[in-house]
Design a protein around this ligand. Sequence first.
Ligand code: KIV
Length: 272
Amino acid sequence: MSAPKRRTTIHDFRAMKERGQRITMVTCYDFPTARITDDIGFPAVLVGDSLGMVVHGFDSTLRVTLDMMIHHSAAVARGAKQAMIVIDLPFATYSASDLHLSLSTARRAMQEGGAQAVKVEGGRRMAPVVGALVASGIPVMGHIGLTPQSIHMIGGYRVQGRSEEAASRLIAAAQALEKAGAFAVVLELVPAPLATQISSMLSIPTIGIGAGPGCDGQIQVFHDIMGLYEDFLPKHAKRYATVADTIRAALRQYHADVVSGTFPGPEHTFEQ
Ligand code: KIV
């Protein structure tokens, strides 16, 4: 009998970086998808607050609440038994000026959402939050570059760190997050050479999205790569399937079968 597989830990993340083994992550918001990603062997999944846009139809992540995150994360936790589940702390539920709030948010995310780690957006200003959570035994993934929760401060979904000054700020942010105890850091919409440079400077893994191949791992939004969110395909996303088309064709057929009376057939029907 083979030994049961165990859940990925933050130590595995670091070991993967040391071995040069690329880390694959995908967002996950529900039970069936969690089961499939676990079957395939993804080391970690992110219950991202992108669910506000791709599952709930909001125009940004700002309306996502902690209760919504917990609701989705608990479903993922019922399906993913080996992947480390990382949960996004949503907009305005954590802050360096309110570490009690930050801790209480992370506590609920872990206890009620069944996650093993949390993700927070922000650079140097977030270091005290990362430090406080890590000191309470909560693994933290950082997230710098394009941070969608600050979209109204940034002014749009655009590549970050292009100027020399902005690049230096991103490098300092990554180093501050590592120093504060983050076990990994997401680099979103960062020029590839800068992301490669940051990855080589850190001993924790970088997980890129729109940050080129030089990161230690990659993450993508499930609905983007599956062709399930059709409003917009970001340049950094590759479509691996056209699931919306498959669903559309299947539903069209079901609708036609009911209208024509060919469904349900005798094989779907119970006799007296
Ligand atoms: O919410 C999310 O899906 C994310 C990824 C884009 C990293 O934060």
